[in-house]
Design a protein around this ligand. Sequence first.
Ligand SMILES: Cc1ncc(COP(=O)(O)O)c(C=O)c1O
Length: 403
Amino acid sequence: MIPRRKPRFYKGELKDILRSILSGKFLDGEHIERFRKEFADYIGTGYAIPACSGRNAMELILEGLNLNKGDEIILPAYTLKDLVRLIQEKGLVVRLADIEEDTFNVDPAAIEKKITERTKVVMVTHLFGLPCNIEEITGIAERHNVDVIEDCTHALGAVYKGKRVGSFGRAGFFSFEATKPVNTFGGGMVVTNDGGIASTAESVVKGYPFDRGSVLTKTGYAYLERLMVATQLFSLLNLCFVFGFTGKILSKLYLFLHSRARARYTRFTNLQAFLGIRQLSDLDERNEGRNRTALKLTERLNSDPDTGFLPQGYGEGRIFYFYVIRAVIRGELERIRKRMLLRGVDVGIKEEITDDCSLIADGVDHYPVVKNVFGSAVQLPVYDGLRDKDLDFIVKALKRSLK
Ligand SMILES: Cc1ncc(COP(=O)(O)O)c(C=O)c1O
């Protein structure tokens, strides 16, 4: 069985974790400062402030912008729904914008239509690792005197016209959750050139407690997932899912593993920084490897015009956090997924990929492109270590599952 995602570990990682526990430098230590510096240099910003998750990093930025209740923030209607909830909990008003048909990224024209005199922020996502049209969006924002925040949780290492994503807006944020290109078992980062945002974020995170237990718990979940996908346990769960014995068990399991990242507000630890430094050092190389895998997948999909699938636009400078395609046949995603599972390939669909936020934010559904994409998107496996024969296997399963 080929799983849809695989938490990444490097050789010797477990030894590093044990050494850190034994040395007494698990929580605080010199790696934190070094990781901040190296991360900021890598992105090209003046400051980088570690947070306990991507979601927390977004909250820290909002805190630093000194917004007032009732201020409006524009978000893509196709993004993680937790973001909408967290923003609304702060008394801010979320306005959504539709996405582009081919990139699944937010449509700049749709953003401009949503700007009012109460709009303070436009938050964009570089979805699945593909940079959005950030130049046009920052242009619109400047004209309307609105700040841009970049959600780079899917796009660490992606480049837009020679600059790393995260360095275009007033601030940006990243995630180091277990399946991200840099995995520190939960964790996030704020990046900015704005001293005010940096010092607010800094003082808020200093108030969080260091918590060994929550880092170890997240590490444990990631190792458990890894063990599951490497053993028959995973196939067994999949079969339960296919035959409906346990309803949506697999889907629930993935969503549960994902929700661990926001379990508690704790401080980013020295051990996490150590793991981050290690993975940042070969990030570009690994991203290139994933890009090569994704290109091979695209070639195999494109070689047959009857495939019935449209891959997300390639886009220069992108990285592949997720490889997402649209099934041309609509309304049958569950059936396609079951057929894929029976053929030995696990794929993600609907909210397992990302959310259609229209109903939670607006109570109505008037984003036709999001609706179409949400109802037809399929996430294929594209992590490190997939071999050519695995890709052939995936594409064959896909073509057969359509018939
Ligand atoms: C689009 C998007 N934004 C933000 C986040 C939040 O990141 P985290 O899980 O580290 O809180 C995620 C999670 O993957 C995401 O998909």
